[in-house]
Write a protein of this length. Structure first.
Length: 176
């Protein structure tokens, strides 16, 4: 046996074997995550505006701790049979009006979305009962992947952000 020619061939076989093995375990690009969007989202400083009847709104800061955008597509609560995700925009007449936001709230990857009076908010219509300061309201947010986040928000007195609703005559001029 010639040792000089056997060692290079043996080394080449080992190198090819290692290359084949590492090719099988190489990471793939853009592997989608199987983590529910709800695991990455929370709401900080949530609160609800007190109201005797009609409409109210919920506010807070949505925080996304993931590397992907998270979209809130719906919110439900026993306190209101009709809840919409709203934005506040200027209409053609220069008035600030509320309207349902198409597609829901997008919370950027690693970012925040502030829900506040006069801005984006969770609109509660046709309240089931009065919301009094000191009460608490429970909500369920649904994400675009159908995962959910439950949260509870205290009710507070607040008298600002009196925009009109731009979604139908029955709500125009009502405060939120």
């Amino acid at each position: 046996m010639n040792i000089r020619t056997s060692l290079p061939r043996f080394g080449a076989m080992i190198a090819l074997s290692l290359l084949a093995l590492t090719g099988c375990t190489a990471p793939t690009a853009a592997t989608p995550t199987d983590t529910p969007a709800a695991d990455a989202l929370r709401i900080d400083d949530a609160w609800v505006k007190s109201a005797d009847e009609g409409m109210s709104a919920a506010f807070g800061t949505l925080v996304n701790e993931s590397d992907e955008d998270v979209t809130v597509t719906a919110v439900s609560s026993a306190a209101s049979p009709m809840i919409e995700l709203h934005e506040t925009v200027e209409n053609d007449a220069g008035e600030m009006v509320m309207r349902e936001i198409a597609g829901g709230f997008v919370v950027p990857a690693g970012g925040r979305l502030t829900l506040e009076p006069g801005g984006d908010h969770i609109m509660m219509m046709d309240l089931a009962a009065p919301l009094r300061a000191g009460d608490e309201v429970s909500f369920t947010m649904t994400m675009s992947d159908d995962s959910t986040v439950d949260f509870t928000a205290p009710v507070k007195d607040y008298s600002g952000a009196n925009e009109n609703y731009d979604g139908g005559d029955e709500h125009d001029g009502m405060d939120h």
